[in-house]
Structure formats: structure tokens, C-alpha cells
Design a protein around this ligand. Structure first.
Ligand code: NDP
Length: 283
């Protein structure tokens, strides 16, 4: 079997065209969707992510502000800035790029963002709303993955779904969304015994561990849908996912590549959340 590709660039392009039209309609009524991105420190990967987010905003016709701080900044300065952005009518979404330096209380920073501007969906109030099945903002990476299923017509009802990873930003919200779509969900993590036993049962397998090419063909059920969230840098500088793409493509029915799969969709859903926040503000 040669798996069909779930093309993140193509789906992202399609969605962003729609967002641009919606943003123009809003702008005609006097509101331009606005995103503020806060970056603390000099982490190379974070700098790339922030640049990509700001560029995506510009292409979609959104207003964006990038606020950068040196790694030794006093956390109170960042909290004051968040309070200012919470009150700024030009800003509909606020995002703090993670991870923050060690002297920060990341939870306190996320809690400082007004829940109605928390476009990453990491504020405890928004996590609770998602858990109750009434999301205000769905975290961008799992939101983008759900769009792949919808676009490809993959019905999750009654399917065995296995999520590798239990982080707050990917694994947990992913599991919640799959469960709400009526899949039977198993979440695996670093303490899971016999991981391959679980992965081989998966009709839908989401790999979000951050371990290069961890998922091999032997771990995948023939005909499975395989979603690769991982972004890992190999010694030669190239990017690869958590899935052995070449070998698993021979077994799976559907697969996301890295790059060009989940990554572009994550940024796209950040635009979606910012646009939705702006639209809500004008209703
Ligand atoms: P975290 O490091 O926060 O979480 C990793 C999870 O994987 C943890 O739950 C950990 O278990 C689990 N894990 C680690 N090693 C193993 C193992 N050997 N067996 C089973 N489980 C394991 O990572 P994130 O969730 O933030 O990100 C995961 C990956 O996705 C990274 O590569 C990241 O770069 C990428 N990513 C990509 C995005 C995109 O847009 N494409 C967006 C966000 C992340 P435990 O909890 O027990 O420690």
C-alpha cells in the first residue's frame, strides 16, 4: 500500500484564501483582525515560529505586532505588556511563544492573557471549555489535525485512536477532540508499557513525542491514518517527524509529511482563531 498524503500546504492555502476574504469583509466594517506575539529570549526555533506567524498574518491581511524581550527580562514587564494588550481594541489575539525562560511561571503568564484573546487556547478557562465540549478556542495543532480528517472525509466514529504524547499543547487536547468525535482514544507517554501493542491497534495514530522517526512500519496497522506532529532536526540539518515516513507510507492509508503536514496547519489555525476572535468582537 502506498499511503495518500494529507497535504498541509495545500489545505492551509485553501483555508487561508477563505480567511483573507473574511478579513477583508471585517476590514470593510472597520475591524482588522489583530494578533500580538510575545517572544522572550533567543531560542532559534522560537524565532522561526514567530517570524512565520507574523508573516502569515501579513499575507492574510491581518494586523500583527511582535514584541520581543531579552531572556533576562523581569516577568513583571511581560505581565504588564499582556495587561496592556488585553485592553487594546486593535488586538484580538495574544500569543506568548513557549517555552519561556526558567525564571518565568509559564502558567501565570498564560493565565494573564484575557481568555477571549487567548488564541492558543492554553488559558485554564479555555482548556476547561474544551473539556466540556464547548470550546472558545481550540489549540492550533490539534485543531489543524481535525481539519485534515474533515477534508479527507475520514470518519472517526468508533475508530481506535492512539495519541503518542500527553503534553498540554498537543497530546491532551488532541485526545479530547478525538474523543468528542466519538473515537475510542488511548493516550501513550514515556511510561507506557509495550507501546507497539497500542500503536498496532490504531486506526488513527497521532505521533507527538519529539523523537525522530520513532514510529516504524512494524508499529503501524495496515490501512491506518498516521498523523506526524513531530519536528526534529537531524545532524545534517534536515527536518524530520516522529514517523519513519518512507517505510510507514507503505503500510498506512493516509499520512502527513514533515515538513508540509501538520506545521503549516498549526499556523493556519492560529489565523482561524484570531479571525474568529475578531468576528466575535463585532457581533
Ligand atoms: P513535549 O516534550 O511537551 O511532550 C512529549 C510527549 O511525548 C510527552 O508526553 C512524553 O511523555 C512523550 N514521550 C516522549 N518520549 C516518549 C517515548 N519514548 N515513548 C512514549 N512517549 C514519549 O512535546 P510537545 O507535545 O510540545 O511536542 C511534541 C513534538 O511535536 C515535538 O517534536 C514538537 O516540536 C512538535 N510540535 C510540532 C508542532 C507543529 O505545528 N507541527 C506544534 C507543536 C509541537 P511524558 O509525558 O511521560 O514525558
Amino acid at each position: 500500500m502506498t499511503a495518500k498524503i494529507l497535504d498541509g500546504n495545500a489545505l492551509a492555502q485553501k483555508l487561508r484564501t477563505d480567511f483573507k476574504t473574511r478579513a477583508e469583509a471585517l476590514a470593510a466594517r472597520g475591524t482588522r483582525p489583530g494578533l500580538a506575539v510575545i517572544l522572550v529570549g533567543e531560542d532559534a526555533a522560537s524565532q522561526v515560529y514567530v517570524r512565520n506567524k507574523v508573516n502569515a498574518c501579513a499575507q492574510a491581511g491581518f494586523h500583527s505586532e511582535k514584541i520581543t524581550y531579552t531572556p533576562d527580562v523581569d516577568p513583571r514587564v511581560v505581565l504588564e505588556k499582556i495587561a496592556e494588550l488585553n485592553a487594546d481594541p486593535k488586538i484580538h489575539g495574544i500569543l506568548v511563544q513557549l517555552p519561556l525562560p526558567k525564571h518565568f511561571d509559564s502558567d501565570a503568564v498564560l493565565r494573564a492573557i484575557a481568555p477571549e484573546k487567548d488564541v492558543d487556547g492554553f488559558h485554564a478557562e479555555n482548556v476547561g471549555a474544551l473539556m466540556q465540549g464547548q470550546p472558545r478556542f481550540i489549540p492550533c495543532t490539534p485543531y489543524g489535525i481535525m481539519k485534515f480528517f474533515a477534508e479527507a472525509g475520514i470518519d472517526l466514529k468508533g475508530k481506535e485512536a492512539v495519541v503518542l504524547g500527553r503534553s498540554n499543547i498537543v497530546g491532551k487536547p488532541m485526545a479530547m477532540l478525538l474523543m468528542q468525535a466519538s473515537a475510542t482514544v488511548t493516550v501513550c507517554h514515556s511510561q507506557t508499557r509495550d507501546l507497539a501493542f497500542h500503536t498496532r491497534r490504531a486506526d488513527v495514530l497521532v505521533a507527538a513525542l519529539g523523537k525522530a522517526r520513532f514510529v516504524t512500519a512494524e508499529m503501524v496497522k495496515p490501512g491506518a491514518v498516521v498523523i506526524d506532529v513531530g519536528i526534529n532536526r537531524l545532524p545534517d540539518g534536515k527536518l524530520c517527524g516522529d514517523v519513519d515516513f518512507a517505510a510507514v507510507s507503505e503500510v498506512a492509508a493516509w499520512i502527513t509529511p514533515v515538513p508540509g503536514g501538520v506545521g503549516p496547519m498549526t499556523i493556519t489555525m492560529l489565523l482561524a482563531n484570531t479571525l474568529e476572535a475578531a468576528e466575535r468582537g463585532t457581533r
